[in-house]
Design a protein around this ligand. Sequence first.
Ligand code: SIN
Length: 323
Amino acid sequence: MSSQKNSKKIVILGTGGTIAGKAGRAGDNIGYTAAQVGVDELVQAIDGVAALAAAGRLVTEQVAQVDSKDMSFAVWTQLARRVHHYLAQDDVQGIVITHGTDTLEETAYFLQAVLQPAKPVVLTCAMRPATAVAPDGPQNVLDAVAVASWPGAQGVVAVCAGAIHSAQDVQKVHTYQLDAFSSGDAGPLGFIEEGSLRLMRNWPVAHAKHAPIAIKSIADSSAQAIWPYVEIVMNYAGASGAVVQALLAQGVQGLVVAGTGNGSLHHELEAALLKAQAAGVEVVRATRCLNGRVLPKPGDAIPDSKGLSPVKARVALMLQLMG
Ligand code: SIN
């Protein structure tokens, strides 16, 4: 690494999560309250990160303090604006975001879609609270800082349990284990081993697909983003069109359906979705399967999600409608 690169800053933005959680008892890894410890306190306790601070190369900012199950459009908007702000600073090398694991994949996909950064933006997290006997947060932060500092790194990625996942592929797949994320068929982008990166694939590249209006209205601090009303419905044994009908009555603008298998739908649910589509609601078909993607067939009336999981397809549809 050149001395020029070494003088650049790493920004750590705090948003809450288990990584900032506190339990009443050190052995308790599930009965804690998320989003209690400030990002400053959290990262200053980690040796390698404190060294960055001592060298004047660390900036921290508490953007939010939430349990990520409660993630909101307001937090997303603020987070996109702050990331946008720091990405534009010449002396910033990369950004780390501490985040809860529960909706991390949605935030990662959202930030990649609207910002498509040419610098690294690394979301990290923990499965155990900060008060645990052996918390996983400090190592994850240290690994995330290594990724954010890596020459040539770019795009939004997630770092957890020594693996780097792209925003496109990352999914939380375990309720409890420390290695809670997977990139499915694609596999991880790489691994962090004692501060060094072993890359398996290329860094995420920018796609000009998402509407520039959405990017502008979210990231530009002068604009007030309007979030379209998009919901997710699921196919299952005995599914009906009742939920779709109720959502139509509520003025839903977009629907993502988590179909079974290759996006298959119960005939009653399909009929309701086609009716919604005819009424002007955008409908997208994803799959509830963890791996694979919906393979389109000639004559499909409902477009597929282009490999996106239902929650990410919802974000993509909101951005599409916003644009
Ligand atoms: C959260 O998502 O904020 C709580 C759960 C976690 O971070 O593991």
